[in-house]
Design a protein around this ligand. Structure first.
Ligand SMILES: [Zn+2]
Length: 300
C-alpha cells in the first residue's frame, strides 16, 4: 500500500530506532520510550512524559522487556530519556546532561518532537504503523503484543497491513517451522505436549533460540518445537536452558494455582532430541541466556 510523502517522512524519522546492533545485543531502551510516548499520545492527545512518571513506567518496561542488566532502575530509564534527543525525535523542556538522574528529578518533562507529535496525533493510523514498525523490529511475535499492552496500545494493531517491512529485512524461511516441529517429533521439547487437530499439530510452534530479529538463523540447531505457553515463557525469559541443555525456570516466574505452578516441574528437565535432531547450538543458547533470560535460575 502506498503512503503519502509526509507519512513516509514520519516513519523514516523513527526508522533509525529500528536498527539493531550488529553483534546481536538487544537495545530496546529507546524503542520502549518511543512506544510509551506513543501510548500516551494515543490515550491523552499528548506525548508529554514527566520524568517522575518515566522513572517508574519506563524502568518497569526496561526491566520487563529488556535484557537483564545490573544497571539500576532509574539509571536504565535515564539513558533513553536523555539520549533519545540525539535522534531528533524527542525533546526535553530543560537542557540537562546525558545519562544523569539527579537533574531529571528536579522536574523535567520529555515529549516527542513537536512536528512529529502533530503528524501522529492527526493520523491515528500513522501512529499505529509507527508503533507496529518499532515493536516488530525489536520483539518476536510472542512478545510484541505484551509490549503494546504494557505501553497502553492495542495489540490488535499488529494484525494490520504489514507496511512496516523494510527492504533490508531478511526473509524468513517458509519451511523452517515445519522442519523444526518434525525434528522434535511434533511435541513440545520442554513438556512433551503433542496436541493435534485431526492430522495437524495445534498449539505447537517452532521457536528460535536466538531471535530471528536479532540475527538468529533459520537453522535446525537454532530451533525448538515448543507448545504455545512454553514458547511464550521462553521468549519472555521465564524459561531458559543451561549448558547441559536442561530447562531452567527464572526466579522471577510466579504462579498462584497448582496448574500455573506446573511450570516449576520443568526445572532441570533435560532436552531429549530424537536421533538425528541437532540440539540447540551452544552459541545460540548463550545468546538467549545473556539477552533474554530474566534474572537468575531457581536453585536446583
Ligand atoms: Zn510445553
Amino acid at each position: 500500500m502506498s503512503r503519502s510523502a509526509p507519512d513516509a517522512q514520519v516513519l523514516e524519522r523513527l526508522s533509525s530506532l529500528r536498527q539493531h546492533q550488529q553483534d546481536g545485543r538487544r537495545s530496546p531502551h529507546k524503542p520502549l520510550l518511543v512506544l510509551l510516548a506513543l501510548g500516551r499520545l494515543s490515550a491523552t492527545g499528548t506525548s508529554a512524559l514527566p520524568w517522575s512518571d518515566a522513572e517508574e513506567k519506563l524502568a518497569d518496561l526496561i526491566a520487563e522487556f529488556g535484557p537483564t542488566s545490573r544497571t539500576g532502575r532509574a539509571q536504565s530509564a535515564a539513558y533513553p530519556f536523555t539520549r533519545l534527543r540525539a535522534d531528533g525525535v524527542w525533546t526535553l523542556d530543560r537542557d540537562v546532561p546525558m545519562d544523569n538522574v539527579s537533574p531529571l528529578r528536579e522536574g523535567v518533562t520529555g515529549r516527542l518532537e513537536a512536528s512529529l507529535e502533530t503528524a501522529l496525533r492527526n493520523r491515528p493510523e500513522l501512529l499505529d504503523e509507527a508503533a507496529r514498525g518499532l515493536v516488530e523490529s525489536h520483539f518476536p511475535g510472542t512478545v510484541a503484543p505484551d509490549v503494546l499492552v504494557a505501553v497502553g496500545l492495542d495489540p490488535d494493531l499488529l494484525g494490520g497491513r504489514s507496511g512496516s517491512a523494510s527492504p533490508d529485512q531478511r526473509r524468513r524461511s517458509g519451511t523452517w517451522p515445519a522442519a523444526v516441529i518434525a525434528a522434535w517429533d511434533r511435541q513440545c521439547a520442554f513438556c512433551g505436549f503433542d496436541g493435534a487437530a485431526g492430522g495437524a499439530v495445534v498449539g505447537i510452534e517452532a521457536a528460535h533460540v536466538r531471535w530471528f530479529k536479532l540475527g538468529g538463523p533459520d537453522d535446525l540447531d537454532n530451533g525448538l518445537a515448543l507448545c504455545s505457553l512454553h514458547h511464550k515463557l521462553f521468549d519472555r525469559g521465564m524459561l531458559g536452558l543451561d549448558d547441559d541443555l536442561a530447562v531452567v525456570v527464572s526466579q522471577r516466574f510466579s504462579a498462584r494455582t497448582s496448574q500455573g505452578r506446573t511450570v516449576y516441574d520443568l526445572h532441570g528437565r533435560r532436552l531429549r532430541p530424537r536421533p538425528g535432531t541437532p540440539p540447540p547450538a551452544e552459541r545460540h543458547v548463550a545468546w538467549h541466556r545473556g539477552q533474554v533470560f530474566q534474572g537468575t535460575a531457581l536453585a536446583s
